[in-house]
Design a protein around this ligand. Structure first.
Ligand SMILES: CC(C)(COP(=O)(O)OP(=O)(O)OC[C@H]1O[C@@H](n2cnc3c(N)ncnc32)[C@H](O)[C@@H]1OP(=O)(O)O)[C@@H](O)C(=O)NCCC(=O)NCCS
Length: 229
């Protein structure tokens, strides 16, 4: 593991670097290629605006971390992780969360009016949302709720050096202390499921997002809480 890596909450000034990391790490991602299948209309600027809206929402609503090398001068974002906090089953959505959801939706509608869909296949997006809701209803049986790793990326040139592990650890240590489970959906079988197994996750279900035979497979994985020895 890199000795000099620092993990801290993501801030407004980190957003451009976070977007670069997401776009670079997901360029060849199978889900990304499936949902943005109309490559001739792919609009990376629209995608930057969309990711910016999502990042600002994440700063307010998610557990959002950035990895940097404090010994480098450029303060470059090397990786990010965005997690949704667990929702115990007895807790209902608050008004604040509901309003945040609406705000996000309105901003996305505004963006679509301004930029169009930018290559996003809307039908596929909703197929994925439906399969995701079904999978989570089936898998999330623990009443304490799950830490849900929504996005984790490390810049391609910085991968394989322990940054992903350090980003995971920031949240898995909390989950372990609270005796809570973690959850993620990986769009890559190889090598990601191996990487997530090294983080303590195990495979629970394959999610097939099927658009008339063009299938995107996602791999749902759960991590049990581990007792620090
Ligand atoms: C997945 C990702 C976040 C992992 O981050 P990373 O910094 O490369 O991972 P690390 O270097 O911390 O490695 C984590 C563990 O996985 C193992 N690992 C890393 N690459 C591996 C590979 N290709 N095959 C098998 N195991 C691997 C490491 O050995 C390490 O385990 P260890 O600490 O027990 O030795 C990163 O590779 C990435 O951004 N990939 C592209 C984007 C992506 O697919 N994101 C997730 C979408 S679901």
């Amino acid at each position: 593991m890199m000795s000099t890596i620092s993990i801290s909450p993501l801030r407004e000034e980190d957003i451009p670097g976070a977007i670069d990391a997401i776009q670079k790490a997901f360029a060849e991602d199978p889900y990304n290629l499936w949902v943005y299948n109309d490559r001739s209309n792919l609009n990376l600027n629209r995608n930057r605006v969309s990711l910016g809206i999502r990042c600002r929402w994440g700063i307010r609503n998610a557990l959002f971390y950035v990895a940097k090398d404090p010994s480098s001068d450029d303060n470059k974002v090397l990786g990010i992780a965005m997690w949704m906090p667990p929702r115990p089953s007895e807790l209902k959505e608050t008004w604040g969360e509901w309003l945040e959801g609406w705000k996000l939706w309105c901003q996305q509608v505004g963006m679509n009016v301004w930029y169009g869909r930018g290559g996003l296949n809307v039908k596929r997006y909703y197929i994925w949302k439906k399969r995701q809701a079904e999978a989570q209803t089936e898998i999330w049986t623990d009443p304490k709720g799950y830490y849900f790793c929504n996005i984790i990326v490390v810049l391609p040139e910085a991968q394989g050096r322990g940054i992903g592990r350090a980003l995971f650890h920031e949240v898995t240590k909390k989950a372990d202390a609270e005796g809570r489970r973690c959850y993620l959906e990986s769009s890559r079988d190889e090598p990601n499921t191996k990487i997530y197994e090294a983080m303590g996750f195990h495979f629970v279900k394959q999610m097939d997002c099927d658009d008339d035979g063009d299938v995107c497979k996602l791999y749902c994985m759960v991590r049990e809480p581990q007792n620090p020895s």
